[in-house]
Design a protein around this ligand. Sequence first.
Ligand code: DGY
Length: 325
Amino acid sequence: MKPYVYITRKLPEETIAEMTAHFDVKMWDHEDIPVPREVLLEEAKKASALITMLSDKVDAELLTAGDNLKIVANLAVGYDNIDLETATKRGIHVSNTPDVLTETTADLTFALLMATARRVVEAAEYVKAGKWESWSPYLLAGHDIYSKTIGIVGMGKIGEAVARRAKGFGMDILYHNRSRKMDAEMEFGAEYSSFEELVSKADYVVSLAPLTAETRNLFTADVFTKMKKSAIFINVGRGPVVDEQALYEALVDGEIAAAGLDVFVKEPISADHQLLKLPNVVALPHIGSASTETRTAMIKLCCTNVNAVLSGDRPKTIVNKEVLR
Ligand code: DGY
């Protein structure tokens, strides 16, 4: 009997064709609707491998549902949706999709920064709504990007790729990270800074931090108060690093100027959410790595990892290296 692989979303057949030749592969039927929990639990009982989305909760219940599970290949670089401790204890490999999405996610981060600063979404809606009656000097005037200071919180590979773009825009670069990045300091003139200093000096505070116990609720009311009143907050990392009520109040009270958000505490965010009512918020549906090329590369990397583990080899991009021992 071939090992059973379950994929929690419908993916293009051609992206998984190679895997289908070696394994018994089944996908959830829908591209846009998540697999119901009870279906996923049933599938996990039989599966040797799961390819999961960042929206799937891969908790202890799921990881212990069956005895065959050898790998959870998460279609994302972030893996905060997975109970890593339980997976490791059970010897289940957890893989993610770093590198292949770095430049694409940095592109989106910069696009969101620019759209928020220059009010691109508001301006486009203004024209389409037939509101444009005359040119005027301050019509939809935004903020400059060139020569401003960007503060990157979370200087991983995506952070460095954002810094490279910022350098091209003649920006001064501050960053905060668990460890110093000497290469980025040399290459982009990025300056290491404490979190407090970064948030108080940056014109653009960009969060690319992963969600961990340390980063949860990192951006509190107190932090927004420390930012410049003209600061623009961009979040392409994970929603729960932000206290959204505090962000809302900071935007309403003019503690900061605007926010560009690709991620939210609860996803999908409800259309009624108070943040979405604000004109100075640009909101996107978690599309950081969503280019066709990159999503295909991410799927292929998941397949490579599944293939490796089910063939007794090491996965290419493992998160819990402890299981390899
Ligand atoms: C990831 O891969 O973790 C990103 O958030 C996807 O856009």
